[in-house]
Design a protein around this ligand. Sequence first.
Ligand code: BT5
Length: 325
Amino acid sequence: MKEKVLAFLKGQDQYVSGEEISSKLGVTRAGVWKNINKLKEDGYHIESITKRGYRLIATPDVITQSEIASIINTKLLGKDIHYYEKVDSTNEVAKTLAREGAAEGTLIMADKQLMGKGRLGKTWDSPSGTGIWMSLILRPHIIPGQASQLTLLAGLNMCEAIRRVTGLDCKIKWPNDIVINGKKVCGILAEMSAEMDGINHIILGIGVNVNIKSFEGELPHATSLYLESGKTYLRRYIVKEFLHLFEADYMHYKDEKSIAGFLKRYRKNCITLHHDIQVVTSEGKYIAYAKDIAEDGALVVIDSDNNEKTIFSGEVSVRGIYGYI
Ligand code: BT5
């Protein structure tokens, strides 16, 4: 009901009486009052004037369930949203919910993560109120080996969403980091629960540094949309853009079970291609030329002996010769 009241207030440019909200939404006057108070607690600036009613004056940069639900128009992703002010890791919450049977498309968002996770046990800085820390529960009918293709697709869509909302020149560092001016603005952590021949669920965790003004500790390769542009952004519009873009592509991917149709867009956005890169494996490092992205999303490189190699995400990490990209 809170989001219905919010959506209703957003649709008005005049004061609207409690009575009108109550009759339009089929809720008691006390219910209206209770939900208006809840919205105020969430940070919405709602003016109330006796005899005239309520008016939404300003919507802060909140990414609460009601705010996101009131602006998105999706069929699958974000139909169910769980918002937390603070959580250890949205991926961990998502895993628990997925095990309990949460529907595909369930979205978990947090304003702050206390133990945000990167890949391979690394940590992900997730300060309060300035980033997008979210996880989606997906249940595609693909084989486990294909799961990394979904993270490629999500990276592509987030790159496009950020560009659409901010106009910033962001690129994908293969497989799915998003970088601006050589620094990382977004990372993706996909975790999977699978059997030999099928996937129970994939948790797609995405972190975007939006309005972070400075990073604590040693993060020389990190940046934020604010640091790159000098502007602050409303996080919800990036979430909205991403969900809309990703939903369309994800539906298509589920039908095709292939990312071949997306590769043209991916290649166009990928900064790793056509550069010399450093490939870091568990056995050591070597320099290679990034030649192409294969049909299945793997990176095709040519090493210094002129041998062509195909590298799969998860097995290796890729670095620029002179820096992060
Ligand atoms: C990633 O790992 O890039 C995946 C990050 C995924 C974060 C999301 S937030 C929502 C969801 N819930 C979670 O708990 N996680 C996901 P990786 O490529 O391993 O990068 C981690 C490394 O990036 C760290 O070792 C740091 O060097 C650096 N780093 C940490 N925090 C950062 C930040 N906020 N921005 C940029 N770099 C960061």
